[in-house]
Design a protein. Structure first.
Length: 130
C-alpha cells in the first residue's frame, strides 16, 4: 500500500519525522506548493515538454492524488535523499515516474518558497537583510 499523507497525519509526530516540518508548517506550505504545481502544469507536461492544446487534468489513478501527498513526496525525498527506486516503491511508483514527479515538484517547491519569502539564501548579505 503506498504511503499517503492522510494516513500519517493522524500519527503523533510522523509528519515532522518524515519532513522536518510540524503539521502546522506542513499545512501552511500545502496551498503554496499546490498553486505553484498547478501554475507549472498549465505550461508544461509531467515529462517536461511544453503543453500543447490539451489542458492539464488529474487522471483517476494519479499516484500522488492530493496536494498533501505531493508535498510529502518531495519533502521526504529532499530530507532523506533515498535512492529514487526506494522512494518510488514507498509511494507505489516506478523509478522513471518518481523521477518525473520529483523534477516537477522540486520546481514547484522552489516557486512556493520564493512566493512565501522562505527560499533559502545563498549569500550572507541576503541573510542579513532578512
Amino acid at each position: 500500500m503506498p504511503l499517503r499523507s492522510a494516513d500519517e497525519r493522524t500519527k503523533a509526530g510522523v509528519i515532522q519525522q518524515l519532513t522536518s516540518l510540524t503539521v502546522a508548517e506542513f499545512e501552511a506550505l500545502t496551498p503554496l506548493i499546490q498553486n505553484a504545481f498547478l501554475a507549472h502544469m498549465t505550461e508544461w507536461t509531467l515529462e517536461g515538454k511544453p503543453r500543447g492544446g490539451r489542458r492539464s487534468s488529474q487522471y483517476a489513478n494519479c499516484p500522488l492524488p492530493t496536494p498533501e501527498d505531493r508535498l510529502l513526496f518531495v519533502l521526504m525525498y529532499l530530507k532523506g535523499a533515498p535512492l529514487q527506486t526506494a522512494h518510488a516503491a514507498v509511494f507505489g511508483l516506478t523509478q522513471p515516474k518518481a523521477n518525473l514527479w520529483l523534477h516537477v515538484l522540486v520546481t514547484a517547491l522552489q516557486a512556493a518558497l520564493a512566493t512565501s519569502g522562505d527560499l533559502p539564501t545563498r549569500t550572507v548579505t541576503t541573510l542579513q537583510e532578512r
